[in-house]
Design a binder for this molecule. Structure first.
Ligand code: PGA
Length: 253
């Protein structure tokens, strides 16, 4: 059985004080931590503050960065290394989000280098994949997504796959209010798992959590989570309000 994981991606929305306020509100919500794993991805500047708040109150909530450098150290002005992220108390990094692919032109090759840099430094990875509207309409959604999975995890040792989560986020569903139907999402999730099985074998593939992302809200989360291969959600907009995010986390209570 894969334990559900609900992860909030705060994107570039909150300054450090606002991030501190949001995590404080989240921690005041009653959650059954035996049923669900939770994580939040603040901006780089707020990572340490959020991680400190969570740990000092004794909670087991993952803290993730939204990006990292492929480089380890050196003259790379403006970059943030995996080791720097770890040193804030964060344990995870989101790699290959569609906003990074589309706006910052990150390639599958670069995303693969980031995945490997993170894993080399013992950071967990949430690897995001997803097709554009044009790709869906051209009936190449599945091919696109499986190519991204294969490229993103190229050269990753199967022993490190326990640190990898996949997030399937159809680009046309992110921040638009549109969601894939649970059946459509399940079809892609199942094919991602089959692909992981080809790459790493069925035992590893069955343990990897595959999250769905794209306009996940309290009113659609349960139908998505009922599907066999949907193991959680990567949530943007709805993670910025503690009460709404709390409803998502408590989807099965
Ligand atoms: P959304 O974003 O929930 O606002 O659609 C999801 C994401 O970008 O991870």
């Amino acid at each position: 059985m894969r334990k559900p994981l609900i992860y909030g991606n705060w994107k570039m929305n909150l300054n450090m004080q606002e991030s501190a306020d949001l995590i404080a509100s989240m921690l005041s919500i009653k959650i059954d931590y035996t049923k669900v794993d939770i994580g939040v991805a603040p901006d780089f500047c707020s990572l340490a503050k959020v991680a400190d708040t969570i740990r000092s109150m004794g909670y087991d909530i993952s803290v993730g960065a939204q990006n990292i450098s492929v480089e380890e150290k050196g003259a790379f002005t403006g970059e943030v290394s995996a080791d720097m992220v770890l040193s804030t108390g964060a344990d995870t990094v989101i790699v290959g989000h569609s906003e990074r692919r589309a706006i910052y032109k990150e390639t599958n090759k670069e995303i693969n280098a980031k995945v490997r840099a993170a894993l080399r430094n013992n950071l967990k990875v949430i690897l995001c994949v997803g097709e554009s509207l044009e790709e869906r309409e051209a009936s190449v959604a599945k091919d696109t997504v499986l190519y991204q999975v294969g490229m993103g995890l190229h050269g990753v040792n199967m022993d490190r796959m326990n640190k990898v989560t996949i997030a399937y986020e159809p680009v046309w569903a992110i921040g638009t209010g549109k969601t894939a139907t649970p059946a459509d999402a399940e079809e892609i999730h199942a094919s991602i798992r089959a692909h992981l099985s080809k790459m790493f074998g069925p035992v590893v593939a069955n343990k990897v959590r595959i999250l769905y992302g794209g306009s996940v809200k309290p009113d659609n989360v349960s139908a998505l989570m009922m599907r066999e291969n949907i193991d959680g959600a990567l949530v943007g907009g709805a993670s910025l309000d503690a009460t709404t995010f709390g409803k998502l986390i408590n989807f099965n209570s």
